[in-house]
Design a protein around this ligand. Structure first.
Ligand code: SAH
Length: 261
């Protein structure tokens, strides 16, 4: 007897706070037979799966096991063909820096149906924690999401042309920003962005270990080292009254305050 192929669910787990999981994501995790998750998905979310569910960390940091993207794709296809309900659980939103495109291609090539369930992306979560709007018709008419990563052979478009994104009318959200902002500072200042532009780094947004540090573009290289995962936000829309009143965030030069919630 041939087994019916199951649909694969490519699901966003949100930034870490289990309350920010969508109702649909929650249901799919509960119903999953196979759960393939990123490093960033916290245990409290994985705990929603049943005891029978086969759970595997397929994240990049799981380096010892060295699972490749091709192997992740194979596992999804093989389990779906066996009629198992597969949830590929990405941190944040699967469509933002999540190799979702490669997974879609693999599933389509194998003739496996799939659905995509969006999640709250880290940049939105960080803005919410800071109490700011990413766009603000008075200050910022666009949001630019970029990666701080260097380009590689496999990802030739990963490198950001900082001159291109240095815009007074944009909020820049840098994923995987690293901790060395000397080059970013030089390039953005060189491209004419104001040294007064507010910059905030948020690490572990929405999680118990959340930390935030504030600077301006001029002092961005002085931001303290913060643990991954972290995002860096830059732009005038971060300059709002609520943030100024927040004693934990100071904007004056050399007055960098690290806050723990
Ligand atoms: N798909 C994810 C991004 C994956 S790339 C999303 O939509 O959020 C991984 C990067 O996302 C991390 O290096 C970090 O820059 C960012 N990130 C993910 N979760 C985060 C969190 N809780 N707080 C801050 N940054 C986070």
């Amino acid at each position: 007897m041939t087994q019916d192929v199951e649909k694969v669910s490519l699901v966003g787990a949100g930034p870490g706070d289990p309350d920010l999981l969508t109702v649909k994501a929650q249901r799919l995790v509960r119903e999953a037979h196979v759960l393939l998750h990123d490093d960033l998905v916290p245990a409290v979310i994985l705990a929603l799966a049943t005891a029978r569910c086969e759970i595997a960390n397929v994240g990049k940091r799981c380096g010892s096991k060295g699972i490749t993207q091709a192997e992740i794709n194979e596992r999804m296809v093989e389990a779906a063909r066996r009629g198992l309900r597969v949830v590929r659980l990405h941190g944040g939103d699967p469509a933002v820096f999540g190799r979702l495109g490669e997974e879609i291609d693999a599933l389509e090539a194998a003739g496996i149906p799939f659905e995509i369930v969006p999640g709250v992306t880290a940049g939105s979560a960080a803005a919410a924690s800071l109490g700011v709007s990413l766009t603000d018709r008075r200050k910022s008419s666009r949001v630019i999401i970029v990666s701080g990563h260097r380009a590689t052979k496999a990802a030739p478009f990963a490198a950001t042309d900082w001159k291109e994104v240095a815009r007074e009318d944009a909020t820049l959200v840098v994923y995987m920003p690293g901790n060395n902002f000397m080059r970013l500072r030089e390039e953005l200042l060189g491209a004419g962005l104001s040294p007064e532009t507010p910059a905030v780094m948020v690490s572990h947004a929405t999680m118990p270990a959340e930390q935030r540090a504030a600077a301006t573009l001029a002092t961005i290289h002085l931001l303290p080292h913060m643990d991954s995962p972290a995002v860096l936000l830059l732009g005038r829309s971060l300059d709002c009254r609520q943030r100024k009143q927040d004693a934990r965030l100071a904007w004056k030069e050399a007055e960098l305050i690290l806050s723990s919630l």
